[in-house]
Ligand binder design. Sequence first.
Ligand SMILES: [Zn+2]
Ligand SMILES: [Zn+2]
Ligand SMILES: [Zn+2]
Length: 434
Amino acid sequence: MALSSGSAVLSVPALSVVLLPEQKGKRCDACLRLESETIRLRNCSRCHSYWYCGEKCQQAQWKAHHKKMCKAYNRYTASTAFQALPPNEKLDSLLLSHLVAELFSNSKEEPLALLIEDQPTPISTFSSLLSGPIVNQRIPPICPMGPNDILLEGVLDELYSRFGNNNFVIHSHLVSIAHGIFPLASRLFNHSCVPNAAAKYIFTESEPVRMDVVALRDIKEGEEICLPYIDPALYQTRQQIFNLTYGFVCTCISCAFAEKIGPIPQPPQEPAEREMFERSLRNFVFPSLDSQPFDLVLPKEPYETIPENMLPALHESFLGSLSEVFSTTSHDGPYRVALDVGVTILAVYALLYPPNYPQIGMHLLEMAKTAWNAVVTGDNDENAQAAEDRLKDELRVYLTRCQDILGIFGREGDSAGGPLEEIGILRRLLVGND
Ligand SMILES: [Zn+2]
Ligand SMILES: [Zn+2]
Ligand SMILES: [Zn+2]
């Protein structure tokens, strides 16, 4: 069956989730909803280390895994073995503990029975997945769970070998907040660096976090649906990540091109040369950029090849330094500089990401906010009125393009706020200012 852009391909529940450390105490540990006027968190009265939006979430999580971990949790997280782990392995350790506790909570028998039983459950789906490469695999310590721990030998290896390549970063309003295991999603969707679908996350009280897979463009019948497992913008390092973490070689059109061209040339360092390069990049991706009135038309198809003189734009250091300048100048000015750098970033994104990729929409929203800041502060050159009119034209175009892209992706995560609401606010401000 053919799918139109924006339609939901599939909705799958998380098997286990864990909040990023900076989100702990700000969100419900079970449903991940953010504390607000209407959502009040309270913590587990025994360990004081897990927070819940209410009775329902607390009970659901108690049954799912917390009863196995509550008693030993604080001792485990304070232990030298845990404290010595780098931040990403601490998260793995916690997520693995949740997963193991879930196995124990669901089974009176030994946990291995759950891994091999015939009836498909999220856990058996997880265990049926291919394991990643096991070179140098070091299993992080997990929360002690009492007399059952002895049963874990062998099982932990099994679980952890499927870990790295089946975890997803959960976001709300496209900002990372947690990690989660979604076995069905990993089984059903392969990776592509130019994916035709993307994952978004839905939080509902007392229910497992849900991943909704959304079509980013029209998908023909029989066409494979792919998700990005990692950020495709990691142009130079992604192949190594696939190899080490996932144990596969990506052969998407973007990686096939990367393989053909070999090492990416350094972007020019000398300021005048660099300025010239950035200008020609902007004009290459957006040929109508200098037209009157202002317009910015994003490419409709992913790039299969990129001309040789544009290749330095794919160097990871290029996007890194542009983003640095953009984040400083878009807050503190000069806004004209921010908007120019912003368009250069947009050009790089257009080379790296497929059309309608949510990250492009998020950047357009930042561009719109910057243009609005420029309008209200009058941070312009001599010809104030003409400059303001031009800024408003830019703002309108950014908002339209942004709405086009994020409208396809749809609402995600926390119900209050979010990019779509911000677009609405900026639109109203602009009308009020005219
Ligand atoms: Zn909750
Ligand atoms: Zn507790
Ligand atoms: Zn690829």
